[in-house]
Design a protein around this ligand. Structure first.
Ligand SMILES: NC(=O)c1ccc[n+]([C@@H]2O[C@H](COP(=O)([O-])OP(=O)(O)OC[C@H]3O[C@@H](n4cnc5c(N)ncnc54)[C@H](OP(=O)(O)O)[C@@H]3O)[C@@H](O)[C@H]2O)c1
Length: 329
């Protein structure tokens, strides 16, 4: 194994041009860590928030928050109870995955079942765990409920739809184009609203007999927030989990009292901070993959050199499903 590796590094925040593929030292696993050789890494909005400066990060940094590959080295004192060995196929949720190698604390590693490839593993690590915690913890989706999923053809949205269907809900999804409507329909969305052609609120009211939805899941943030709130029924839940159009600002808590709405603004890391939580949620989500209940819509494959392009494509609404970076060629 060489002492150096290729990684997507940024020294300042800004647009996608801040990224450079550089030769950097292969990290050495510290106490309780494993060294992973990455096959694939996922492209996510969090990478854009960190690159642009919306979320803080110490610089210089290697981009990327999720990936999957094989363990190539164990650091000292990795507890035997984790059952981790060189050669194991794993997925991780740590900073620095847009590189050939990354170190991860053993308690942040998810072992992949034999039937789950590193391609699928890297695709479901962040968005899959997020979607699953949204429907089980942020709002428990149950049989008979009607839910609204904004950005229904997106990476997280397409997984949310499948999970809500699996849990027995009726799903209304919103998309911007007819092509995206087809993607959402094909993965099981019951009613798709093309919001560039039809007003969302009256259509949601028509589909819910004027009651609104038991839950609204929106990662879009600011631009849909008013529609999100208007689409929730009395005593329903609004789960706003992202900022793809910008963070929600200037919200009056008093407005929730009009319908006794529960407002949740979750982030994955806070649902899986403890190892036990991470294991349970990870096992449940991977089980859905193994059983064929959760399929990944692949929307594009990029290289370390084209990570900036991948992020620009994601941020400009051009994509559907999951974007991956192939690292091991
Ligand atoms: N809280 C967490 O822990 C967590 C974890 C993972 C992801 N997220 C959040 O989930 C959201 C979705 O992430 P994703 O990776 O799955 O993305 P995505 O849904 O695949 O892509 C974003 C989609 O949002 C819609 N959109 C509407 N207005 C937009 C705008 N002004 N700019 C960009 N997109 C806009 C577009 O769909 P249409 O063309 O159909 O409108 C676009 O394709 C992001 O906000 C992300 O931060 C949060």
């Amino acid at each position: 194994m060489s002492d150096t590796m290729r990684g997507v590094v940024f020294h300042t925040t800004g647009d996608a041009s801040v990224f450079q593929v550089e030769n950097v030292a292969v990290p050495s696993p510290k106490e309780g860590e494993v060294l992973l050789e990455l096959d694939f890494a996922g492209v996510n909005f969090v990478d854009i928030y960190l690159r642009s400066g919306l979320y803080p990060i110490n610089l210089p940094a290697i981009a990327g928050r999720e990936g999957a590959g094989k363990i190539v080295k164990l650091g000292p004192n990795v507890p035997a109870s984790f059952d981790l060995h060189v050669g194991d196929k794993i997925a991780v949720f740590v900073q620095g995955t847009l590189a050939e190698y990354v170190c991860a604390p053993a308690d942040k590693v998810l072992k992949l079942p034999a039937r789950v490839s590193t391609k699928i593993g890297s695709a479901v690590m962040l968005q899959g765990l997020t979607a699953w915690t949204l429907v089980r913890d942020a709002h428990r989706v149950e049989k008979g409920q009607i839910v609204l999923v904004q950005a229904a053809a997106g990476g997280t949205g397409s997984l949310l739809i499948q999970m809500c269907k699996y849990l027995g809900a009726t799903v209304i999804g919103t998309v911007s184009t007819i092509q995206k409507a087809k993607v959402a329909k094909d993965i099981g969305c019951d009613h798709v609203i093309i919001y560039t052609e039809i007003d969302v609120i009256p259509e949601v009211m028509r589909l819910t007999e004027d009651k609104g939805c038991h839950a609204v899941f929106s990662g879009v943030g600011q631009s849909t927030f008013a529609v999100d709130l208007a689409s929730v029924r009395r005593k329903g839940t609004l789960v706003t989990f992202g900022n793809s159009s910008g963070p929600v600002e200037n919200f009056r808590v008093l407005d929730l009292s009009k319908k006794n709405v529960k407002l949740v603004r979750p982030t994955l890391a806070n649902y899986i901070a403890q190892r036990e939580e991470f294991e349970v949620v990870g096992r449940e989500m991977l089980d859905l993959v193994v059983k064929g209940k959760l399929k990944v819509e692949f929307g594009g494959e990029y290289t370390l050199e084209s990570v900036g392009q991948a992020q620009d494509d994601l941020a400009s609404k051009k994509t559907t499903g999951k974007l991956l970076v192939k690292i091991k060629v």
